[in-house]
Design a protein around this ligand. Structure first.
Ligand SMILES: [Fe+2]
Ligand SMILES: [Fe+2]
Length: 474
């Protein structure tokens, strides 16, 4: 039986004439669908969801909207168009031709980089699988599912690279991507943040704001790679990733907006009064922000890293927006990092720039995170309220890197373990904070209705009204 690959798996990698790839994917696709049924969004598999699907990489095809049942979503394989003049943009081989095949000496490292990125995609679907039940509106429910199917597509994109360029080891890695599961005691996902459960929508919005933004910066680094198919895959994924961060950004904005409305109505800044009125008090929003921001900081790795240095030297993983830097070889430069001095204080140290690439990327990420915080604070300030949200120091609550296990205040001042234990309840979501937020999570699945803890969005999806029937439940 001949299969129309363009229908089943929209692609621009000429899947229709590549028999080896077809066979590999034919074996993998049923496993993927089984995984989706078991660990994808729970209980909404027969709903008709107003989703966008990428059917080509051009302006017309990359976002085609229509009602789809999620298991029938057409997960495609797309790479940005090849630029025949593209040259290696950084590192020791700067200026040479980019690679269309994997160089033997970097095979294991590139495979590891692809697997580590690929592992995060299905992980987040698993983390979010119960959220459909408690969606604050059909608009939000649809956005959740849009994020989920696209993370599924990102998994496909990475599996394509493994199948097409890494032979048998690649196929084995592709299988293992479906065998590890978020939070699994025996086979957890590779990176810590992707094993944290997401039980409520405040966490979901924080995750899509902070953790998908980590994804953005990882993809930007890989989009610079000298391995051209990887670079082009990541460039296309970034177009979809923007919507995930939009969901987080506007979700937090709407929660803050509703809280501020309640504070104004009641003329109080008392958190308990806000909670009694069914909104999330700003100190609790701050704690969730602190949790997910700090958890995401670890994803960039250690401040000083010889791995990062060799990824850069070898041209495997660059700095986000490498073109903005003047020196793409970065061999004689230094970077100043703040490290714990081992005696309860801090010291600054100059390290070779190449070893500081994780920190360089993390710093760009922090600046990007600040944009939303400023906007949320303007909302609060305009209402005449004194509370301000803020990003904690990058030293706070770290589990990876030079600050791992070093207790500090949210401002980054080293303190004793006892002081940290005493302050923790005020800095991070406590059990009772989590129980309160969970208590607000009642699914609102009627068309045009919105949960009381969150303001409606400014506009709908694809020029449709906010009260459009974004999900048809049966
Ligand atoms: Fe993704
Ligand atoms: Fe994402």
């Amino acid at each position: 039986m001949s299969i129309n690959y363009q229908d089943r798996i929209p692609n621009n990698v000429d899947l229709g004439s590549n028999r080896i790839l077809q066979r590999a994917l034919e074996h993998w696709q049923p496993e993927f669908l089984k995984w989706w049924e078991e660990l994808g969004p729970k209980n909404f598999q027969v709903a008709d969801v107003y989703l966008r699907t990428a059917t080509s990489v051009d302006a017309k095809g990359w976002a085609t909207y229509g009602y789809v049942r999620m298991p029938e979503y057409r997960w495609g394989i797309f790479l940005n168009e090849r630029d025949p003049n593209r040259r290696i943009g950084f590192g020791d081989n700067f200026g040479q031709e980019v690679w269309q095949q994997v160089p033997g000496e970097y095979r294991a490292t590139l495979r590891r980089l692809i697997v580590t990125q690929g592992d995060t995609e299905p992980a987040s679907v698993e983390q979010q699988r119960m959220l459909g039940h408690t969606a604050p509106s059909l608009y939000d429910l649809r956005n959740l599912f849009q994020v989920n199917v696209e993370e599924g597509r990102h998994l496909w994109a990475m599996v394509y690279l493994l199948h097409a360029y890494f032979g048998r080891d690649g196929r084995e890695e592709a299988e293992e991507l479906l065998e590890r599961h978020s939070g699994d005691a025996d086979k957890p996902r590779i990176l810590g943040t992707f094993n944290e459960p997401i039980r409520d929508w405040l966490s979901f919005f924080m995750f899509t704001y902070f953790t998908d933004r980590d994804g953005k910066f990882q993809l930007k680094s890989l989009a610079e790679s000298s391995f051209d198919p990887l670079a082009r895959t990541c460039q296309f994924m970034l177009t979809e990733e923007a919507h995930h961060m939009f969901v987080g950004d506007t979700g937090i904005t709407r929660a803050v907006k509703r809280t501020v409305e309640v504070m104004k109505e009641l003329n109080t800044e008392d958190p308990q009064a806000i909670r009694n009125a069914g909104a999330i008090d700003l100190p609790t929003i701050q704690k969730y922000l602190t949790f997910w921001f700090t958890s995401s900081l670890d994803l960039f790795g250690s401040e000083t890293s010889s791995n990062a240095a060799s990824y850069f030297a070898n041209g495997l993983k660059g700095r986000p927006d490498e073109a903005q830097y003047e020196d793409h070889v970065a061999i004689d430069q230094v970077y100043e990092v703040q490290l714990p001095d081992g005696a309860g204080g801090t010291k600054s140290e100059q390290i070779p720039m190449r070893n500081a690439m994780n920190e360089v990327t993390r710093s760009s990420y922090v600046r990007d995170c600040e944009i939303g915080v400023k906007r949320w604070n303007r909302l609060i300030e305009k209402a005449g309220l004194s509370f301000r949200l803020s990003l904690p120091s990058t030293r706070f609550r770290r589990n990876i890197g030079n600050w791992a296990g070093v207790p500090t205040t949210p401002e980054g001042v080293p303190i004793t373990a006892e002081q940290f234990a005493a302050g923790e309840r005020g800095w991070l979501p406590s059990e009772s904070d989590q129980a309160f937020v969970l208590s607000l999570m009642q699914g609102v699945h009627q068309q045009g209705k919105m949960a009381a803890w969150i303001a409606p969005p400014e506009r709908g999806i694809n020029n449709n009204p906010v009260d459009y029937e974004y999900v048809k439940l049966h």
